[in-house]
Every structure is written in structure tokens, then in C-alpha cells.
Design a binder for this molecule. Sequence first.
Ligand code: AGP
Length: 612
Amino acid sequence: MCGIVGYIGHRKVTPIIVEGIKRLEYRGYDSSGLAIIDKNGELKIHKKLGKIIELERTLPAPSELEGTLGIAHTRWATHGKPTEVNAHPHTCCHGKIAVVHNGIIENYRNLRKKLESENHTIKSETDTEILVHLIEHFEHETKDLTAAVQQALKLVEGTYGIAVISSDHPRKIVAARKGSPLIFGIGRDEFFVTSDVSAIIIHTKRVIYLKDDEIVTIEPDHFEITTLDNKVVKAKISEVDWDVSSIEKGEFKHFMLKEIFEQPVSVENAFRGRLVSELSSVRLGGLNMTGEELRSIERLQIVACGTSWHAALIGKYIIENIARVPVEVEYASEYRYRNPIVPPHTPVFFISQSGETADTLAALYKAKAKGALAYGITNTIGSTIARESDGGVYIHAGAEIGVASTKAFTSQVTILTLLAVLLGRMRNLAPTFGAAFIKELQKIPQKIQQILDDNDKILEIAKTLVASKNALYLGRGVNFPVALEGALKLKEISYIHAEGYPAAEMKHGPIALIDENMPVVAIAPDDVIYDKIISNLQEVKARNGRIISIATEGDKRIIEHSENVIYIPKTMQTLQPLLSVIPLQLLAYHVANLRGLDVDQPRNLAKSVTVE
Ligand code: AGP
């Protein structure tokens, strides 16, 4: 999943598009490049391996890259290793056309053979370069850049968000999308294209979210949106409702730490306006479901990837526990190819922070093809999953830049607990529980702050993990998925191998891993299964495992079983995951930071996985 940016207007293009891709660097950061039409109408290309800082450091003098039209790209390699040749933009044989691309051209090998048989010289290992040669072929016939792009895309199978410029058409950008996000920005006498609004938010908040198979042709003073068959599209201009400060680090060293510390506010934003105290219940208007429809639900399916899947699993525990509605939780990448059974009256929920994850999107299309109603739980307004769903809930966590998801997770869990209470109150859940839940949920932001205030203590404990090679995370009940999430956070940013397990599963294998070198992080809040997890900790201690416990404040008994204890405030079991995950996020953050790693842009990862 790469990031692309394009600009056409009256200002110097290079600083605008470089700044733009820097804001998209969380999408992919192994190489980058740009192409501009300079003041002499020539196409100028500059590419560099590594982070965008390398591209910026090696850019020619501004006078050599002066123009008012250009495109840029930051890459997450899928086809062809990260090299300068494989970096984007890619150019055609005569070097007059340049393309940047986010997505995968699946039939590129066949197209490559055909193009090489027609004497096109393919320079890179990428799927993308095929596109620019196809466009060259049709531009030669049509002398029209838009028509050439339309013809070329008709031959392409796969996903794309692309932007194309040509020195033969020096006052034009042509951009198109299918499966990958692409947004058109309308400024004052200038226009932008981008994979994500964060790249252009400092310039404009007026955007058009392009749909699949739409193409925008942009010239200095006007634009036109058409389909691949050249039908004109009248598109709706949207206004982005957040500003650049939410994508600045402020006083924090990393976006991840900032986003961890934003959770008291983001959790409150998730439930704001959705609690109905007079009914001891909640309202999720975006679901577009009547009371009758909510009551007639016989089961749910929740489909997601990564951290969103962990939130889904917590949702299952809570919805089944308090609403007594059976829930199936599915990995999107399996669901889309598994021919899933979707019984009637089974709404299927798709959880995705970015709203653009390819596997989750494909699973959504799969469920809809089976006649199911699809509901999105997402953080990104205007995202494809949001637009393709029959209803849904925005989690309102604000922009999440750190690749390792934190505040989106707690907001997703908050929404799922609201859904559980809504479905429960539609059935046999007592109003007393509804009222108690609402009262306790409103205390959660302050309780999260209490844990954040212990950050320095958690940093000290993180120091005991820095040299570890492995770690085990244990939890029971609703805290088992929290253990999975804690392990994922450590894995993805510190590169320490970690696994989450239901604590009682240890005896069936993983306990063989326990010795004095194995840190074990145990989530052991004071609840109905407390005694059970204590005996699991005794099994670990008996084998010299080094235990870090997440325990309820005031619990003295846990100290004798733990090397270190991190206390969290007491709350009802349904809401525990919103507290127990916070220390795990901070532990992972500090370990990665102490190891001197790039916490916000971990190796091999990217924020939204728009290819499968
Ligand atoms: C989580 O920290 C990771 N970035 C990753 O597992 C992520 O949760 C997954 O790719 C799903 O992303 P989504 O929520 O945007 O669909």
C-alpha cells in the first residue's frame, strides 16, 4: 500500500508534493519518487531508495525542478524489491509519460509479454511499469491522455489508484481508481489528487472521493470526472471535518505515543451522543436498523484483519455474554475465499480503521453477493468500506497515523460494547444493567487517564523486556483477545516474537517454552476467574517464568506471583478490555523506543493494507 499525491495549480509543485507524500509515509516507506513537468515543458523524474528524507536530501536544486504540475509516490513494495529502478514514478519507452500507482496489476505478466513482443523496453520488475507502456501504446493512437488511460485500464485486472502526467500534455493530470482509495482535492485555483486526505488537508478540505472505475482529468482551471466508458459523472463534493493539528505529533516523540495518550478523548468521542440514559440503552443511528430488525437478529458475523480482528473477538465475548446473540468472528482473508455460510437475518459487520483494507473490502463484497446486509465499523469517513456498507458506525477516533493501531482499537471495542447493550436491551438485558453500564462507561476516560499517569512506572518495567527474544501474553475470557492484541503490539514495533494465549491453554503446550528467559505478561484483573488465572501464574512461576501482571488496583495477592505489577482501576468485566490494553500498548511502545526502532513506521508494515 503506497501513497500517491498530485498537484496542478499556480504554486511551485515540488515542495507541495514532497510534503504530501511525507504525510502519507505511514502507508509505505521503502522508496519514493516524483515527476514534474518543468517550466520548459519537460518531464523531470527523481527517485530514491529508503525514506522520503533521502529523496528530499538528494533533490536537485529547486531551479531545476521548477513547475506547477507534478505527481509523487511513497512505496510499499509488492512486486519487485525496494530499489531505485523499481521505485515510482515509472516512465514509458520514449520517457514522456510518467505513472504513480497504489495497488496491484494482477495480469501484468501476460501484458508484459505482449508489450515486449511489441518492442516495449520494460526496465523494472514491477507490475506498475506495464501500465505506463500500455498508456504509451494508446496515447500513440489517440493523442489523448484521458482516452489512452481509459483504454489501458480496460486491459488491466487488479486494483489501482493512479496518477499520470505527460510532457506531450503538459497542462494535464489524469487519475483513476479501482479498489484502492483516491481522493480529488479542490483548492483555490489549484487541484490535488491523493490516496489519503492527510496529504492535502493543509491546502483544502473540499474533496471528492472517487468511486471504482472513475477517472478525473484535471487541467489548471477545470476538471472532469468520467467512467472508463467516458460517461461524465456528476460527483458530490465533501467537506473534511478534521484539521491538520490532529495529524501533527505535537509534544510527543511518536504518533503512537500521542495516540495512546489521546484515548481518554477518543473513547469519549466514540460514545458521545450514543448513550440514552432515559432508556438505559444506547442509540447507533448509522445502522439504519429499526427496533424490529434489531430484535429479529438471530446471529452476527464480524469480519476483520489484525488489530481490528482482536476487537471483533472482544465484541463476540461481550455480545454473547450480555445480549445472548451468537457471534462468529472471521479473518477477512479467510472469509473471502472460504465460501462462508451466511444464514438469513445475519448482519455481517466489517471492522476496519482505515476502511480500505483489501481483504476486508473483498469479504464485504462476498457477503453482499450472498445477500447479507453489510455494516461497517470504521474510523475513516468517506472510505470505501463506509461507502459500500448498508449502514455502519464511525468510531470517531480521529486520524491514526502510527502504523501500530492503538486508539482505533479502544474505540472499536467501545462501539462493540455499545452494540452489545443495544441488542441486549432489545432482548432481556435489564434496564439496571443498562443504567450501570452507561454510568461506568462514562468513567472509563478518566480511568484510562489514571493508567496513563503511570507511564513512567510502565517505562521502568519495559526496560526488563528490552533484551528479550520472546514473550508470552496470557489472559482469560474477554482478556484473552486483549492478550493477543498486547502480543501483536510488541511484535509489530519491537520485533520481539510474542504470542497471546488463553492462560489455561498453557498446559497444552506453550508451557514448554517457559524458563527464566521467558517474560510472561498476564492480564489478571480481579473478576470471577481471578483464582483460575492465579493458578496459571503459579504454573509459570514454578518454571521460573518472569511475570508482569496487569492487576486491579489494591490487589496485594498478585505481588507474590509477579516480578512486576501494573495496576489498573476496577471496572465492570464488560469494560475491562478498555483498561487492560492500555499498559500493554505502553509496554510495547517503550520497548520499541528503548531499542531505538522506528516506532511509527515499523519495518515491512504499512498503515492500511490495500492489496491482498
Ligand atoms: C495493527 O496495529 C496493524 N496496523 C494491523 O494489524 C491492522 O490492524 C490491520 O491491517 C487492519 O487494518 P484496518 O483496521 O485499517 O482494516
